[in-house]
Design a protein around this ligand. Structure first.
Ligand code: ADP
Length: 649
């Protein structure tokens, strides 16, 4: 790049002319000239040339003296020294004074041009380097500033997000907003969705009274527009009205956003100062608002949870049911008043105490040992001293521990006993006359020959008596099952139960030329249940399969084993159940009304009994059926878990 200014200092005019005319001008350099050292120094200091071509020998002031003086003045202009042969030893001295090159007179144009180019290239490079260095320093300074701002913001963010008291939190946010923007005042408005207004919830620099009464309509206010658009507003210069008689000179408002929802506005203002807010302050305030919105939402959720927690505590402590909550190590988390008076009326209970140290009731402790991480709830009667009985339902809660809710069933037990006595009396009283009727009807044919019509009547009476007897038996049964709180459970081999039931019903199937197949795996784990009731489940399902399958059909009973459950399936190729009836067949007295079923006798209680028994065993029962093709009933029962393999106390 030519165009640089080059100062030629020489006491001989012909030298100067030669350089200017033949070297500098033709190559596009601009020439400055000086005819002795003093003038040269003066021009160098005042004109600041890009390069100096300096003669060594000059009157008044030599080239060396010019160099020394330039150095003293701190000038760092590149210099090419022009010297005669024989003065090379001087070169060493002058290089120390910062000379870039020296050239021996007389010189060729090319030689001089090359020296100039080289010196200027170096100077250009140096200049470029200095410019880059300056820029780097500037960028570094900006970065440092940004890091400082971010650190401040981070510190504020941390202190803000750690606050759970909403009012303190809001005040801290406003203080931080004023601090990072250098504003005179700041305020925070939250949206009240019920009134569609913005309420001032915290302020700094605004007097208490105005702050408390400060309200804006979302509809027609500047802050409202921030809420509606979710975009910040930056205004500076001139006076701006926020509200009647509330004028500001500069203002910055940013939305407080939770997801897509704007919950409020954070604002800073200058009312006296003429300083306006910058985009950087907008950026900082927006970042603070993001922190603040999350913190406000967190604090709100925390307060809601706290309130909920307090409400729950109040309910639990006042409820008549005894409640004990333990952690996964069976240490007390909560033990309400009812539980305290039932199990430890005289001791002081504190959270964290092991359950065994607090409660000395072995039945309850055993129940806690049965409940593991994801097992279904376990239930048991817990006898207390003084003839009282609690009915406990203990549910394991993943990640928490166990919660036991215990109802006082003392009066229910008494009622149950009265009911059992009543049921046995009634069943006896109802059955006795029926037995008598049946006996005499059976004798009718024996005491004398019956004509066809009489035989028909007798058959009808016999059928009616059988139906009533079945109905009474089923009714008594379901009543008993429903009333039974405790089923007298034991370890049951389900395969044995199935085989016994099928053996007994095989004749019935054969009388209809049906095939009855049982497929059991070689080993089936036991279930925890009442064998008589489980037998009743199998009996009812197989009996129904035979009943609702026409002559020559096939009934299959098979069992599958899953992780902690077994599935007992009874499948038939019978008439099937219409889809619209399927949801109701487990209800009491529900029978499918169709041509195919009208001649099949039944009480409509068999499946209700099955469902009741299965649920008492913490199991499930359902049907899959296709009308005309057949039905499959499945009963799911939990496998017995060896208590010794459960978590110990
Ligand atoms: P019921 O004494 O009438 O057999 P259940 O409670 O045992 O009473 O069954 C209710 C109804 O479900 C029956 O009336 C019948 O319509 C239908 N049902 C039960 N089992 C079967 C089956 N295996 N195939 C077809 N329908 C069935």
């Amino acid at each position: 790049m030519a165009g640089e200014r080059i100062l030629v200092v020489d006491d001989r005019n012909e030298n100067i002319d030669f350089i200017v005319e033949y070297v500098l001008k033709p190559n596009g350099y601009r020439a400055l000239t000086a005819r002795d050292g003093e003038e040269g120094l003066h021009k160098a200091l005042t004109e600041n040339p890009d390069l100096i071509l300096l003669d060594m020998q000059m009157p008044r002031m030599t080239g060396i003296e010019v160099l020394e003086s330039l150095k003293e003045h701190g000038k760092n202009i590149p210099v090419i020294l022009m010297t005669f042969h024989g003065s090379e030893e001087l070169a060493v001295r002058v290089f120390r004074l910062g000379v870039k090159n020296y050239i021996i007179k007389p010189f060729e144009i090319e030689e001089m041009l090359e020296a100039i180019e080289q010196a200027l290239a170096e100077a250009r490079l140096r200049e470029e380097r200095d410019r880059l260095t300056e820029r780097l320093i500037l960028v570094n300074r900006q970065l440092e500033q940004r890091v400082k701002e971010l650190n401040t913001l981070y510190g504020i963010g941390r202190s803000v997000t750690s606050l759970l008291d909403v009012d303190r939190l809001l005040n801290r946010v406003v203080e931080a907003a004023v601090y990072i923007t250098g504003a005179e005042e700041g305020w925070l408005l939250l949206v009240d969705e019920a009134t569609d207004e913005l309420h001032m919830r915290a302020a700094l620099g605004v007097d208490e009274k105005s702050a408390r009464s400060f309200r804006l309509k979302v509809q027609d206010s500047l802050a409202g527009s921030v809420v509606k658009t979710g975009e910040p507003v930056l205004i500076g210069g001139g006076k701006h009205k926020i509200k009647t008689a509330y004028l500001v000179k500069a203002l910055l408002m940013v939305p407080l956003k939770v997801g897509e929802r704007t919950i409020g506005v954070l604002s800073v203002t200058q009312r006296v100062s003429d300083e306006v807010f910058t985009n950087n302050e907008l950026y900082l305030l927006s970042a603070l608002a993001d922190y603040a919105a999350i913190a406000i939402e967190n604090a709100r959720l925390f307060q809601e949870t706290e309130n909920e927690h307090r409400r729950l505590q109040a309910i639990l402590s006042r409820t008549a049911d005894a409640v004990i909550v333990t952690d996964e190590e069976n240490r007390i988390i909560l033990l309400n008043q009812a539980a305290k008076s039932a199990f430890c009326p005289d001791s002081e209970v504190t959270a964290g105490q092991p359950l065994v140290e607090v409660v000395h009731n072995q039945d309850l402790i055993d129940l806690f040992t049965q409940a593991t991480g994801d097992s279904p709830p376990v239930r048991a009667e817990i006898p207390l001293d003084g003839d009282r009985t609690l009915y406990a339902t203990l549910s394991p809660i993943n990640g928490v521990g166990c919660v036991a809710v215990m109802q006082d069933i003392t009066h229910l037990k008494r009622l149950d006993q009265m009911k059992s006595e009543f049921v046995s009396t009634v069943s006896h009283d109802l059955r006795s006359p029926l037995t008598t009727i049946k006996g005499f009807v059976d004798l009718m044919g024996v005491v004398g020959p019956l004509n066809e019509q009489q035989q028909d009547f007798v058959n009808r009476i016999q059928k009616g008596v059988t139906t009533i007897t079945e109905l009474i038996n089923d009714l008594l049964d379901i009543g008993r099952i429903e009333a039974e709180v405790n089923l007298n459970m034991e370890v049951c081999a389900i395969d044995e139960i199935i085989n016994q039931s099928v053996d007994e019903l095989r004749d019935q199937a054969e009388s209809k030329q049906q095939t009855l197949v049982v497929t059991l795996p070689p080993y089936l784990p036991p279930v925890w249940g009442n064998p008589l009731r489980l037998r009743q489940v199998v009996d009812n399902l197989v009996n129904n399969a035979i009943k609702y399958t026409p002559q020559g059909g096939k009934i299959t009973v098979w069992v599958e084993e899953y992780d902690s459950q077994i599935a007992l399936n009874v499948s038939d190729t019978g008439i099937g159940i219409p889809h619209t009836d399927q949801p109701y067949i487990f209800d009491k007295f529900y029978r499918v009304q169709s041509e195919e079923t009208e001649d099949i006798a039944g009480t409509g209680l068999g499946l209700a009994i099955v469902k009741s028994i299965v649920e008492k065993h913490n199991g499930r029962v359902w049907v899959e059926s296709e009308p005309g093709k057949g039905s499959t009933f499945t009963v799911l029962l939990p496998i017995y878990q060896d208590k010794t393999s459960r978590r110990p106390f």
